[in-house]
Write a protein that binds this ligand. Structure first.
Ligand SMILES: CC(C)(COP(=O)(O)OP(=O)(O)OC[C@H]1O[C@@H](n2cnc3c(N)ncnc32)[C@H](O)[C@@H]1OP(=O)(O)O)[C@@H](O)C(=O)NCCC(=O)NCCS
Length: 195
């Protein structure tokens, strides 16, 4: 389903408008393992950066211009067990969750962890306890303050001159989209996630 959403998004944004049958989303490496997704248009790689995420509630995809990196994630709003927080969140993330104090703070942090990994992981293994999504965003000038967003509130977008973060609620999930770019970003640098 995520690849289907990605196809629709690519069809809408690609330079050439093609039938869906001519758009192929590839997200496995040569050995069949999960890999960053890419879009092929009639077999040729499309100059758009792509990210996909699924949850039990649905799927989403996000696009960014060539030269950027993009990541997205859907994390259910159900409470994350404190044992999971202790085991898989960095000390910095645990402090942020405590300071936010909202019931869904850990879901927000997890969504940022996975979305930033998808954008910046670059083939490294995903080691959640060592990958700090909030710190990755801060390194690129995007600082999410505790309590800045409640997942029952409207979406928020935070921009720096190198990155964009969008947090929203989507059918029982926290939806996070991040994009990191080489140049100051304009208003339209991030395609809205579909769901
Ligand atoms: C990225 C990852 C954390 C997402 O897992 P998940 O929470 O189960 O799944 P999500 O629904 O959030 O995301 C799945 C999508 O992420 C994308 N994806 C998979 N691996 C990815 C990666 N390394 N980077 C960016 N995106 C990736 C795929 O498009 C996938 O959807 P699809 O298979 O339908 O196309 C997981 O696939 C992973 O750990 N991948 C890396 C594996 C690894 O360590 N590789 C390095 C080997 S040295």
């Amino acid at each position: 389903m995520g690849r289907w959403v990605a196809k629709l998004l690519v069809q809408e944004h690609a330079a050439r408008r093609l039938p869906l049958a001519d758009i192929h989303i590839e997200s496995r490496d040569g050995r069949g393992r999960p890999a960053p997704p890419k879009a092929l248009l009639r077999g040729a790689q499309c100059r758009l950066e792509l990210a996909i995420a699924h949850s039990e509630h649905g799927a989403t995809a996000a696009l960014a211009p060539h030269g950027w990196t993009v990541g997205c994630d859907l994390t259910p709003c159900t409470a994350v067990a404190s044992a999971v927080v202790r085991r898989f969140m960095t000390g910095h993330e645990q402090s942020w969750i405590a300071a936010d104090a909202g019931p869904r703070a850990a879901s927000v942090v997890w969504a940022l962890k996975e979305a930033t990994y998808k954008a910046l992981g670059a083939g490294r293994p995903f080691l959640p306890a060592a990958w700090d999504g909030l710190a990755m965003l801060a390194l690129h000038g995007v600082r999410l303050k505790p309590s800045a967003w409640r997942n029952d509130g409207p979406p928020i977008v935070i921009r720096s001159n190198r990155a964009v973060l969008r947090l929203a609620q989507s059918s029982g999930d926290v939806s996070a989209v991040v994009a990191f770019g080489p140049s100051p970003c304009g208003r339209n640098c991030l395609a809205a996630p579909a769901s």
